[in-house]
Design a protein around this ligand. Structure first.
Ligand code: FHN
Length: 599
C-alpha cells in the first residue's frame, strides 16, 4: 500500500531547528532515503535471516552525556554539538578528556551474542566528524586526539568475528560538522562557500576506504543522511567503495536508490508487510548517543514485541545502545537485552530466517512465516482460551507450542482455525504457537475484515486498514518529542467534505454489546466539527474535541473519544463508516477506532 508521508510535503527541515536557512534543506524522505536498488545483492541472505541487529552510537558526545556548559540537552545526544552550536575549536577540546578505559570489546560482543543479536553496526564517524578508529586521513580521531590512544574498532571487529556476529560501520558520509566543507555546520562555516565534492574526495571517501580495508570483512556499511551528490556522483562513490569489499551490504541511506536494502525512518515500522530486505531502527531509550539523564529504556517486553512486530512485516530490527564516555553500555541496556536473548533462546525459530506472516494482525497478536509454518505470536490471550486464526486457506496438519513442542487440540471450520490454548502466563510478553500446514495460502491481504471479539479488553482498528472515500488520505505523521527522537503515527486525514470518509470492515466473532471510541488528534480549527459514524444500521453523531495543532517538533496528542454503544445481535461482517457533516475543514486526524466489549 502506498502511504502518503506527511513529512514529504511539509517537513522540509533540517534536524536542527536552525534559524539559518540552509541551502541544502532536505526533506526527511531525502535524509531517510529508503529506496533500495531492487537488485538482490549476492550476499543478502545472512541479513534476511539475521532479524536482530545491535546499533551502537558511540563518540565524543558520549563524554558530554547531554550537558554543555551547565545546560542539559534532551533528545538525540549525538547532536549536542549542533544543538548547543559548539564551535569546532571548543568541541575539539572534548577529545582531550575522552578516555574510555572501561571499554571492553569482548564484553560488548558477548552481550550481543547473549541477546541473540546477529549483527552489530557501530558509529565509525558520526555527524560531529570525530573518527572512533585510527584514521590517517584526519587527526580528529580517537588515537591521535585523545588520551586513550587505542583503536577500539580493531578489538571490536575481532571480538564479533570470534562469535560469528556480523560486524559493520555506520558512517555519516555528508554531514561533518568538523570540516569547513562537510555538510551542515552553519555556525562555524558559511554554507555558500562549501565544496562538498572536496569534502567527499579528501575525507569521506578516504576514511571509508580505511574502514573497508583495515577491519576485516564488513557485513554492512551503514550510511546516513545523504546529501551534496547527484545520482551519478553517488553511483561513482558507491562503485569506488564497492570494489574494496563487494560482499558488504550498503544501507539505503547511501542515497539515490543505490542501497542494498531499505531502512525506514528512525523508529519507524511500516504499517503492512514489505517484500525484499529491510530494517527498522530504534534506540533503546530516547537518544542514540549516551545522555546521562535519559533513562527511558524499553522494557524486555517492549523489545520482544517490537521484534515480533517488525518480523511480522518481514523486516529486521536493529536496536541501538549508547555507551557512555567511559566505555560502559548502560546497565539497563545490557540487562534488558539479555532478557530478550532468553526469550529468543526458546522462541528464536519464530523470528530468525522468518518472513512476514500471512495472517493479518489479530486482537491476539501477529504472525511470522516459514515454508509450511505459521508462527502465532500471542501477545494477548483470549479470555476463554480459544484462539481464532481467521480466513486460513491452508490444510492444517498440526498445532503446537513452540517452547515445549506440546501438541494442541484444534479444529477447522470453513477457513477458520480454532485452537484450544493451554494455560500460560497471561502476562508473558509473547507466547508462540506453531501451525503447520500444506497447500497454497494466498499472500497477505489488506482487505480482510478486522476481527472484533469480546475475548479481549479492546479491539483496535488501525487507520492503515481504512478504505478511503472522496479525498481522504492515509498519512504517516512524523514528529519528535524532544529533539530527533522521531515518532510516526499513521492517520486518516483530509476528511473535509461530506463526500470524504473512512470505512472499516469488521468481522464480529461474538455478538454482544460494544462501546466504540474514536482515537484522533484535532487541531483548534477542526474542533467542534460535527461528524457521523454509521455502523450496525445506526447513525451515531459526535462533535470533535480539540487536542492541538500538528507540529513536527512537539508531541502529537490523541484523544480517545467514546461516542457510541451498540449491540451486534449476530456474528458477522459489518462496516463502520466515519465522515464529516460539514464541508471545508478537516474533521480530525483519525488514528484508530476502538471497540470494547461490555461485560
Ligand atoms: O542524525 C542521525 C541521528 O543522529 C542518528 O544517527 C540516526 C540513526 O538512524 N540517523 C540520523 C537521523 O536520521
Amino acid at each position: 500500500m502506498k502511504l502518503n508521508y506527511l513529512r514529504k510535503t511539509i517537513l522540509s527541515i533540517t534536524l536542527a531547528s536552525s534559524a539559518v536557512a540552509t541551502v541544502h534543506a532536505q526533506t526527511m524522505d531525502e535524509m531517510w532515503d529508503n529506496r533500495s536498488s531492487g537488485k538482490a545483492h549476492a550476499n543478502i541472505q545472512w541479513f534476511k535471516d539475521a532479524k536482530f541487529g545491535m546499533f551502537i552510537h558511540w563518540g565524543l558526545y558520549a563524554k558530554l552525556a547531554g550537558e554543555w556548559k551547565g545546560k542539559r540537552y534532551y533528545g538525540s545526544g549525538e547532536w549536542i554539538m549542533n544543538q548547543a552550536r559548539i564551535p569546532v575549536a571548543e568541541y575539539k577540546q572534548v577529545a582531550q578528556t575522552f578516555n574510555p578505559v572501561k571499554f571492553n570489546a569482548e564484553d560488548w560482543a558477548q552481550l550481543a551474542k547473549d541477546a541473540g543479536i546477529k549483527y552489530m553496526v557501530i558509529t565509525a564517524k558520526h555527524h560531529d566528524g570525530f573518527a572512533m578508529y585510527d584514521s590517517k586521513v584526519s587527526d580528529f580521531d580517537i588515537v591521535d586526539a585523545t588520551p586513550y590512544k587505542k583503536d577500539p574498532m580493531k578489538a571490536l571487529a575481532a571480538a564479533n568475528a570470534k562469535r560469528g556476529v556480523h560486524f559493520g560501520f555506520y558512517y555519516s558520509q555528508f554531514q561533518d560538522w568538523y570540516e569547513p566543507n562537510g555538510g551542515r555546520n552553519t555556525w562555524d562555516f558559511e554554507e555558500s562557500k562549501k565544496d562538498y565534492q572536496k569534502y567527499y574526495r579528501e575525507k569521506a571517501i578516504p576514511q571509508l576506504k580505511e574502514l573497508l580495508t583495515n577491519y576485516g570483512p564488513l557485513g554492512i556499511v551503514w550510511f546516513d543522511t545523504p546529501g551534496g551528490m547527484t545520482r551519478d556522483q553517488t553511483q561513482a562513490f558507491v562503485d569506488e567503495l564497492r570494489v574494496l569489499q563487494p560482499q558488504s551490504l550498503f544501507s539505503s541511506r547511501v542515497g539515490q536508490g543505490l542501497g542494498d536494502y531499505k531502512d525506514f525512518g528512525d523508529s519507524e515500522v511500516p504499517a503492512t508487510p514489505i517484500k525484499g530486505p529491510w530494517e527498522s531502527i530504534y534506540t533503546h531509550n530516547d537518544s542514540w548517543g549516551y545522555i546521562k539523564h535519559d533513562m527511558n529504556f524499553k522494557t524486555p517486553e517492549e523489545i520482544i514485541r517490537l521484534l515480533a512486530n517488525v518480523a511480522s512485516k518481514g523486516g529486521n530490527l536493529m536496536l541501538n545502545v549508547g555507551p557512555d564516555g567511559e566505555g560502559n553500555i548502560p546497565e539497563y541496556s545490557a540487562k534488558f537485552l539479555r532478557e530478550t536473548g532468553k526469550w529468543l533462546d526458546k522462541n528464536g525459530e519464530s523470528i530468525y530466517s522468518s518472513t512476514y506472516g500471512l495472517i493479518p494482525a489479530q486482537p491476539w497478536g501477529v504472525s511470522t512465516s516459514k515454508p509450511g509454518k505459521q508462527y502465532l505470536h500471542v501477545l494477548y490471550r483470549p479470555e476463554n482460551g480459544k484462539l481464532l486464526v481467521p480466513g486460513f486457506k491452508g490444510k492444517v496438519s498440526k498445532v503446537y507450542t513452540l517452547a515445549e513442542q506440546r501438541n494442541l487440540v484444534w479444529k477447522k471450520t470453513g477457513d477458520d482455525v480454532w485452537i484450544d490454548l493451554p494455560e500460560f502466563d497471561k502476562d508473558a510478553a509473547n507466547t508462540v504457537f506453531v501451525m503447520e500446514y500444506s497447500g497454497k495460502v494466498p499472500d497477505y491481504d489488506l482487505s480482510v475484515p478486522l476481527t472484533v471479539s469480546n475475548q479481549f479488553k479492546e479491539n483496535q482498528l488501525e487507520a492503515t486498514f481504512a478504505k478511503l472515500k472522496g479525498n481522504a488520505k492515509i498519512k504517516s505523521l512524523t514528529y519528535s518529542h524532544y529533539y530527533g527522537d522521531w515518532k510516526h503515527t499513521i492517520c486518516v486525514t483530509d476528511m473535509k467534505e461530506l463526500t470524504d470518509g473512512a470505512e472499516f470492515s469488521i468481522r464480529v466473532t461474538e455478538p454482544g454489546d460494544y462501546k466504540i471510541s474514536l482515537e484522533y488528534s484535532c487541531s483548534p480549527e477542526s474542533a467542534k466539527q460535527e461528524g457521523s459514524m454509521n455502523v450496525n444500521n445506526q447513525e451515531f453523531l459526535f462533535r470533535t474535541l480539540r487536542t492541538s495543532a500538528f507540529d513536527n517538533k512537539a508531541p502529537l496528542p490523541f484523544i480517545k473519544h467514546t461516542i457510541a454503544t451498540t449491540t451486534f445481535t449476530k456474528a458477522g461482517v459489518y462496516q463502520i463508516n466515519i465522515k464529516p457533516l460539514q464541508n471545508g475543514v478537516e474533521l480530525f486526524k483519525l488514528k484508530s477506532v476502538h471497540l470494547a466489549p461490555v461485560k
